[in-house]
Design a protein around this ligand. Structure first.
Ligand SMILES: N=CN[C@@H](CCC(=O)O)C(=O)O
Ligand SMILES: [Zn+2]
Length: 457
């Protein structure tokens, strides 16, 4: 059970040296000196989110966020956290050492960098004209059936060069990073045929190699049924052409998909086709992380539970049985309040999911329909529209979204051995990042112990 999600924290080598510090061994001291690179000191609050290696949080655990006052964090040169604790303890413990980066966080607060659990950031051709149609009363599926929506973006993305898409992705990741996102799940899905789907995965792979934000790729060849094909024909193409080509390019090191996704929806990919695609993805070694129960109830929780999915997104129409099925593995619920807001849908039942023992995560769902790159804004919507507490929203946007990718051993909390990814907030109370809505007081963003965005420069 739970091969990925309940993995316990792996402690990297940096820890080994930290543990040896007080043995009086000069050689170890010298090594440690070379290793210590970043200290962020004396923050009014450090919110660790987790302190005991939990892979995800459920129920009342989501309100326990591990707040330390007047605290300091130390990150090693490999980018992982070496220590976190009260400033008075750590300043004494590390008094002999100098740090390459030394940030005075007095009067500020620190939270883990956000893990955005669901985005579609590789596309060209915006849909501002459709926003006007929706404001005038057209539904998402009305526009979809007319060939707009995903179909519109597919036409533009097929025509775009890889360089253009890489440039757009780079700019979008910069904007996400300014809002505190340090890791992002990112999907293909605007190709719907082999060449463009692979082009999108290559764009994700290549930009990940050069951008500070970590990009976790998801293959979404089943985002929509392409024009001129039935769902059965599209499924056949995915099984017999797209997935085999994905495996070839992955083998060649050109792409790095971690997850497979399907838009399970009435009139798009329904139950049987979705199951076939997800099973083929699983056989290819991909984690299952799919769209379900967004507009119509589709029993996605039951399917995800049966197949051992890592995560299901949307879930506006999930039913009680689906919630029970998701709680088993568990399958993480990635909730996307921007979608419910923009499409004026009934928001997903966050309270029922939390009370039903399902780990709840959050994503921006950044795409041409829901044009939002800000996790602070997403958390604010989650609190107001879905009745989550601010503590729950923080856990959902960090540890639980990392768990939706089965990467919570690496991201999502301020714990020894995890990546030193933080948001430094220009306020002594961390909640201001949610409370101040669309213009949150972000002082700086740190990735692997290095400042990658600062509001002061
Ligand atoms: N619902 C399906 N996929 C996206 C929307 C993509 C688009 O409209 O371009 C979503 O998660 O909201
Ligand atoms: Zn989506």
């Amino acid at each position: 059970m739970l091969p990925g999600c309940r993995r316990y924290l792996q402690r990297p080598n940096a820890n080994k040296y930290a543990g040896s510090l007080f043995k009086g061994d000069a050689e170890f001291r010298r090594k440690l000196l070379a290793l210590q690179t970043s200290k962020i000191r004396n923050a009014a609050q450090v919110v660790t989110v987790s302190a005991d290696g939990k892979s995800f949080k459920i129920k009342e655990q989501m309100n326990e966020i591990g707040l330390i006052e007047n605290a300091t964090v130390i990150v090693g040169s490999d980018g992982t956290i070496i220590d976190v604790g009260p400033e008075e303890v750590l300043s004494n413990k590390y008094k002999d050492f100098t740090f390459e980066t030394d940030i005075d966080a007095t009067g500020k607060s620190i939270i883990p960098g956000f893990v955005d659990g669901h985005t579609h950031p590789v596309w060209t051709g915006d849909r501002v004209h459709e926003f006007a149609m929706k404001l005038a009363g057209a539904t998402y599926m009305d526009i979809h059936k007319m060939g707009g929506g995903i179909g519109f973006t597919v036409n533009h993305t097929r025509d775009a060069s890889k360089e253009e898409l890489k440039d757009l992705l780079h700019q979008r990741l910069n904007r996400m990073m300014k809002y505190g996102t340090t890791t992002v799940e990112a999907k293909s899905g605007y190709g719907l045929e082999t060449e463009t789907e692979m082009k999108m995965l290559e764009v994700l792979h290549e930009v990940n190699a050069v951008h500070p934000v970590d990009v976790v790729s998801t293959y979404l060849g089943a985002h929509s049924v392409p024009k001129g094909k039935t769902a059965a024909e599209a499924t056949e193409d995915i099984l017999n052409r797209q997935i085999p080509e994905l495996m070839r390019r992955r083998e060649e090191g050109k792409i790095s998909p971690r997850n497979i996704d399907v838009f399970l929806e009435k009139g798009v990919f329904e139950g049987e086709d979705t199951k076939k695609i997800l099973e083929a993805g699983k056989t290819a070694g991909l984690l299952l992380n799919f769209h379900g129960d967004e507009i119509h109830p589709m029993c996605s929780g039951q399917l995800g539970g049966e197949l051992g999915a890592a995560a299901i997104s949307h879930l506006e129409r999930v039913d009680d049985e689906g919630i029970i099925a998701m709680a088993k593995k568990p399958t993480v619920a990635v909730l996307l309040p921007t979608t419910a807001y923009i499409l004026r849908l009934e928001p997903p039942p966050a309270r029922k999911l939390i009370e039903g023992n399902v780990p709840v995560a959050l994503g921006s769902d950044y795409n041409p329909n829901a044009h939002c790159m800000s996790m602070p804004n997403v958390m604010n919507l989650a609190c107001v529209l879905m009745k989550m507490t601010m503590n729950e929203a923080l856990v959902a946007a960090t540890l639980n979204s990392a768990a939706s990718l089965e990467l919570s051993h690496k991201y999502g909390s301020i714990e020894t051995g995890k990546q030193g990814d933080f948001v430094i907030i220009d306020h002594s109370r961390w909640e201001h990042i949610i409370y101040e809505m669309v213009d949150p007081p972000i002082h700086s963003v740190v990735k692997g112990g290095k400042v990658v965005f600062s509001n002061r420069t």
